[in-house]
Design a protein around this ligand. Structure first.
Ligand code: TXA
Ligand code: MG
Length: 319
């Protein structure tokens, strides 16, 4: 029997019982549990096989709840929350002492966001606690953007996937931390840097080497298909270099027609980066199911969401 359901009250019952429900957000599906239940939070780490040093994001129904989670809010954090919430920005701020150590991996900061999905906002409003929710994929695998992706991963491990359709944004939230009250990007994501800079001015990106394992979204290999995957800025050349193999191609907008390709997906024929982001993970899921020898992914333009998509593709190709 399918574990996919649209029944919000059933999700409420399961979560009140300290068990897990996969929830839809605008970015990717999350594997959610009560932040104050040690049982639920342990189950999140076990189900995902996620290392305990990798902290979780807390999801709240509106910015009015932020004070219950964090201690102090820098001016620029307030501005970001007001501008982008509900939406795909996660703020890492000084935590209140009530936030359990297992959520934050013992750190004195907590990651928090208001997801922009009507079903999950409704769910959060019916609960008396926020939800911790990492992406609903096993550690290092491709993030899920449909209820079916989650079911494929966790059919026998969780009771329910709350169905909210395909995720509109398609890649994870942009994570912003604060050091001496100044913002810095910990993870590129669904809110482009340019949009953030339009609100708070110039912002840096934390160097991966400085941060790991502090924000393991920065762990190098991540979001990865099982099939060997390479990234190229010259599709035709890369395809030629692999003739004789079963080749899958993930292209941005060009429809290259070549007999030697076994399976191909074009992310956006109109060169639309948002469309490409929303299709990215489903494309990787599909390609990974074709028994290919190699997936050749084309680099996207390196601005706006293209930068965030390239970041995910690069991590998918690390071996
Ligand atoms: O779009 C999203 O953010 C999705 C949806 C479900 O909300 N969630 C998500 O969670 O991507 P997850 O667990 O896959 O990624 C959370 C990232 C991790 O890289 C973690 O290291 C970082 O957030 N993080 C969490 N708490 C942190 C903290 N206190 N300091 C620095 N990084 C933190
Ligand atoms: Mg994840």
């Amino acid at each position: 029997m399918s574990i996919i359901s649209k029944d919000i009250s059933k999700a409420v019952t399961i979560l009140n019982n300290e068990e897990l429900v996969a929830i839809p957000t605008e970015t990717v599906y999350g594997l959610a549990g009560n932040i104050y239940s040690e049982k639920a939070i342990k189950a999140i780490f076990e189900t995902k096989k996620r290392p305990r040093f990798n902290p979780l994001i807390v999801h709240i129904p509106s910015k009015d709840h932020l004070n219950e989670i964090v201690e102090s809010i820098p001016e620029k954090a307030k501005l970001l929350a007001e501008t982008f919430w509900p939406g795909p920005i996660t703020l890492v701020l000084k935590k209140q002492s009530i936030i359990p150590d297992i959520i934050t991996a013992g750190k004195d900061t907590v990651a928090v966001r208001v997801p922009n999905h009507p079903t999950t906002i409704e769910l959060l409003n019916q609960l008396e606690f926020p939800l911790a929710a990492p992406s609903a994929n096993p550690f290092n695998r491709i993030s899920p953007t449909t209820a079916e992706h989650v079911e494929g991963y966790f059919k026998n491990k969780i009771k329910m996937v709350l169905d909210g359709g395909a995720c509109k944004k398609g890649i994870e939230s942009t994570i912003i931390g604060f050091e001496n009250d100044e913002p810095i990007i910990y993870r590129l994501g669904s809110t482009p840097i340019e949009a953030i800079e339009a609100v708070i001015g110039k912002i840096g990106i934390k160097n991966k080497k400085d941060i790991a394992p502090e924000a393991p979204g920065m762990l190098e290999r991540h979001y990865a298909p099982k099939t060997k995957t390479i990234l190229t800025d010259n599709l035709n050349k890369a395809i030629k270099a692999h003739t004789g193999k079963r080749i899958g191609v993930l292209a941005y907008s060009d429809i290259i027609d070549d007999d030697v390709i076994d399976f191909k997906i074009v992310l956006s024929e109109d060169n639309n980066l948002q469309e490409a982001a929303s299709k990215l993970y489903d494309a990787l899921h599909q390609l990974d199911q074709q028994n290919l020898d190699i997936i050749i992914a084309e680099q996207l333009p390196d601005y706006g969401l293209g930068k965030s998509i390239n970041d995910r593709l690069l991590r998918a190709t690390k071996s």
